[in-house]
Design a protein around this ligand. Structure first.
Ligand code: 13P
Ligand code: SF4
Length: 332
């Protein structure tokens, strides 16, 4: 079933109008459901703090893929966005995978439709296709290898030097990897709305106020932001750097949800979210898709085991190949 049909179905059965009693203790109820249903909750670092705190495992995209591959649960509850839950389903076709809000998409995944990537591939038939996991199952099904920001360099380095590469869909991650590896890759023109929202002017002003701080950035950020960074890495890489670097202050250029886990790891360090161009309630950059999930939706999703992620058999089989290649290369 395609995603729009699945959304219509949820509307028809009244799932989207479901409410909960005002005084419901979500933590207690979710823990109860977890036990009753032998469920596992996997959460990304960009989820709201309450969700991260109740999850069985919190991690970056690569760690979550490994976890999804290992879990021994009847129900996988994915507190993240659609492509992450879909990856878990591709790795576990016989398990039920649910996502609290089916509208939790991703601007990168939306920038790259399978039919457009296929047309691009047809123009460059000698190129190997490496796609970021932030893509649909259909795009993975026509890719050669997947990658995440943690392993993109390793994946590209694993490809013979004379093999031309198409890298999709993130142009910023792609440009950074091109620089890091010296490879001449064809880049798809997609971007993350969250990481392109950082303001270089505001970032430099913040740095002037905190000159001893280290700027650390996710590689989905634009080049002018990355040029200011003392460290560039995935969400887990950024947390690890804040932990191991002796600096006492960090300006963190990624989605603000990461600050929850990072602050737990470095309770006596000062973490400053990198400022966004637009003034908003947090003055930082938040992912509008990740933030669609909340404790109420997590509870309802576990109670009714909806919305369920479905991937057609033929697509699942093809999409599994580049994901498994990625897991094998990164484990080396
Ligand atoms: P990582 O957690 O792999 O760094 O990816 C960040 C991201 O954009 C997830 O949507
Ligand atoms: Fe997609 Fe960016 Fe949100 Fe990650 S932070 S889910 S890449 S839009």
């Amino acid at each position: 079933m395609n995603i729009n049909k699945a959304k219509e179905n949820l509307k028809e059965i009244g799932f989207l109008e479901l409410d909960t009693p005002k005084d419901l203790d979500y933590v207690k109820e979710i823990l109860k459901l977890k036990k009753e249903k032998n469920a596992v909750i996997l959460a990304h670092y960009y989820q709201e703090p309450a969700i991260q705190d109740i999850a069985d495992f919190v991690g970056d995209s690569l760690q979550l893929s490994y976890k999804a591959n290992e879990v021994d649960a009847d129900l996988i509850v994915f507190a993240g966005v659609h492509f992450m839950a879909e990856t878990a389903k591709i790795l576990n076709p016989n398990k039920k995978v649910v996502l609290p809000d089916l509208n939790a998409g991703c601007s990168l995944a939306e920038s790259c439709e399978a039919k457009d990537l296929q047309a691009f591939k047809d123009k460059h038939p000698d190129h190997l296709v490496i796609t970021y996991v932030n893509t649909s199952a259909e795009v993975k099904a026509i890719s050669d290898i997947c990658c995440t920001s943690s392993n993109a360099k390793k994946i590209v380095d694993s490809v013979p030097l004379d093999q031309p590469i198409i890298f999709a869909p993130d142009r910023n991650l792609g440009a950074w990897i091109k620089k890091e590896t010296g490879r001449d890759m064809l880049l798809w023109d997609g971007a993350c709305v969250v990481h392109e929202a950082f303001s270089i002017d505001k970032l430099l002003k913040t740095y002037n106020v905190h000159p001893d701080a280290k700027i650390i950035a996710h590689p989905e950020s634009e080049d002018h932001i990355l040029k200011t960074a003392a460290y560039i890495g995935s969400t887990s890489g950024l947390i690890n750097y804040a932990k191991t670097n002796p600096a006492k202050e960090f300006i963190v250029a990624t989605e603000a949800g990461i600050l929850h886990e990072m602050q737990k790891e470095v309770p006596d360090k000062k973490l400053i979210p990198a400022p966004a161009v637009e003034d908003n309630s947090c003055a930082c950059s938040e992912c509008p898709y990740m933030k669609l999930n909340n404790m109420k939706k997590l509870y309802l999703c576990m109670k009714y085991e909806l919305p369920e992620i479905q991937v057609p058999d033929d697509i699942q089989k093809k999409a599994l190949i580049p994901i498994q290649r990625m897991l094998e290369i990164s484990a080396k």
